[in-house]
Design a protein around this ligand. Structure first.
Ligand code: SAM
Length: 235
């Protein structure tokens, strides 16, 4: 992977960026995403944010090497603190867990005022992101699911709007499985949730043998509900 050839996962993130937007890529590591997006005409500029020194230096080197220092600004910092108000229209956050992405959005929510689109690619726990988006009046306008190197990734694209538009009357299943993904029901979706279903069933059967506490019973009920929702979506 480099600035000319992205992973399929990051390429799908880039394809959802509004035309010629100014973006912030948070957790940019090598800054491959903003470099590729600029060189291929998707964006007019970017802030590449990184919290860790090693990946920050890789990003700085990468931007220098590709002669993009005028249009891509690499900044060190935690989450959205690297951008100022109304500086970018679109934020990409990819390759982290859903709870970390949710934390970055929540801690930086005052910076989201001028932002019109979020493109979020959690490695796990997309549920946490959907929940946050719903609670903060972001509507999911697109979702993608892809398989690469035997891993399955989800991408959530959100704009401001009424969460009701996102979920209709299928909120519970939509939050877990993805309101758009469950309608598209693509191959990767079926593969992911068939695997999750079997895994959850195994946990439930183990728990049934041992869960005697109230907490254990609550957990069991939650997992049994998840099984119902997954089975409903796969049917
Ligand atoms: C696994 S890498 C993913 C890199 C790239 N976005 C991708 O999808 O390939 C996650 C990166 O996010 C950075 N990161 C983690 N928490 C962060 C935060 N709160 N603010 C900025 N960067 C963060 C890490 O240092 C790391 O370089």
């Amino acid at each position: 992977m480099n600035e000319l050839k992205l992973s399929k996962r990051l390429e799908e993130v880039v394809k959802s960026i509004p035309k010629k937007a100014m973006i912030a890529d948070i957790g940019s590591d090598h800054a491959y995403l903003p470099c590729y997006a600029y060189l291929n005409g998707y964006i007019r500029g970017a802030v590449a944010g990184e919290i860790t020194e090693g990946p920050l230096q890789s990003a700085i080197q990468q931007v220098k090497k590709t002669n993009l220092t005028d249009v891509i600004d690499v900044r060190k910092g935690n989450g959205l603190e690297v951008i100022s108000l109304n500086e970018v229209e679109c934020i990409t956050i990819a390759g982290m867990g859903g709870t970390l992405i949710r934390m970055i959005l929540d801690e930086g929510k005052e910076k989201l005022e001028g932002v019109t689109r979020l493109i979020l690619q959690p490695n796990i726990g997309a549920y946490h992101i959907r929940q946050w988006l719903m609670n903060h009046h972001w509507s999911i306008i697109d979702e993608k699911i892809i398989e690469e190197d035997e891993r399955i990734y989800e991408i959530i694209v959100a704009e401001r709007g009424d969460p009701l538009d996102t979920y209709g009357n299928e909120k519970e299943a939509g939050l877990l499985l993805g309101p758009i993904l469950m309608k598209k029901k693509e191959e990767a979706f079926i593969k992911k949730w068939t695997h999750e279903l079997n895994h959850t069933k195994q946990i439930v059967s183990q728990m049934k043998k041992s869960a005697t506490t109230e907490e254990g019973q609550r957990k069991l009920l939650k997992l049994e509900r998840e099984i119902q929702l997954i089975e409903g979506a796969l049917a």
